[in-house]
Design a protein around this ligand. Structure first.
Ligand SMILES: [Fe+2]
Length: 286
């Protein structure tokens, strides 16, 4: 039986969360879940991810993993909420160690903060496979946007994180620490080589006014229409375009709260003596 994929759009952060499930066994994985976070009031809520959990419950799915395609800079992950609710392990790419090493001094996280990825339950390396019921899910290292970016290939589908966006929007920025436009180009070619019929599931969509958010496009559609990396665009041309565009981009709205939580698998800092939880805001850094 083919894999079943249900996608949920989080409007405030333009993020797609995917629930991958095996119809034969009812086993499932949740990919890139989002915690609601209002930056102005610093208020968190699980309303959106609880919709995903309701779908899981209504369909009697047994969630075996939460998968992160990378440590996101534009939303806070809801991995911890799912882990606490369903006792589900949280998985990310092995490159998270490099991301942790980069951001530990920026957030001054202290000696007790480990940069070995141990906050996560498993770190995936290139080519490693995990099973979701009868489905085999293979990790493909696709760096460029970040060091830790992983894509997950399963049954003619690939969850591509922030490598490509919709064809009319192009590609992800490469100007975060560890980002590299040349590496992103190579990662995209690796995904294109999977075959024209493979369905690419996005982590984000930023649709123009005339269309609805769309969660997936085939490799053939991206190769033909992607405004940044359609067939015929050279590596040099892409690097020039991506680098020029990145110079014009402001910092993501939620980068400061997001990264400090996401590199800890979604865990917030311990409450202080008054019982309240605080996030850090490094000044003049991002
Ligand atoms: Fe991202």
């Amino acid at each position: 039986m083919p894999a079943n994929i249900k996608s949920f759009y989080h409007h405030p952060t333009y993020t797609w969360t995917h629930v991958l499930s095996d119809p034969a066994t009812g086993k499932a994985a949740i990919i890139d879940p989002v915690l609601d976070y209002d930056g102005a009031s610093a208020h968190t809520s699980t309303e959106s991810v609880d919709e995903v959990l309701k779908y899981v419950k209504d369909n009697n799915l047994d969630v075996e993993y939460v998968l992160e395609t990378h440590a996101h800079a534009d939303h806070i992950t809801a991995a911890k909420h799912i882990q606490e609710t369903l006792k589900t392990p949280v998985i990310i790419g092995d490159g998270i160690k490099k991301v942790q090493k980069t951001f530990k001094p920026i957030y001054n996280l202290g000696a007790s903060f480990a940069t070995d990825g141990s906050q996560f339950d498993r770190l995936m390396k290139e080519g490693e496979v995990i099973k979701v019921g009868n489905l085999e899910l293979e990790a493909l290292h696709t760096p460029g946007h970040t060091n830790d970016s992983m894509s997950y290939l399963v049954d003619g589908n690939v969850f591509i994180g922030d490598t490509l966006f919709a064809p009319d929007y192009g590609t992800a920025r490469c100007d975060f620490p560890g980002g590299d436009a040349g590496k992103l180009y190579d990662s995209i070619q690796k995904l294109y080589a999977l075959g024209d019929d493979v369905v690419m599931h996005l982590c984000h969509d930023y649709p123009p006014e005339h269309r609805e958010p769309q969660s997936a496009f085939t490799v053939a559609e991206q190769k033909k229409h992607n405004v940044h990396v359609h067939e015929g665009v050279t590596r040099e041309a892409f690097i020039a375009l991506r680098t020029a565009r990145d110079k014009t981009l402001a910092a993501p709205r939620l980068i400061i709260p997001s990264i400090q939580v996401n590199i800890k698998a979604g865990a917030f800092p311990e409450p202080e003596g008054n019982g309240m939880v605080y996030l850090k805001t490094p000044l003049n850094t991002f």
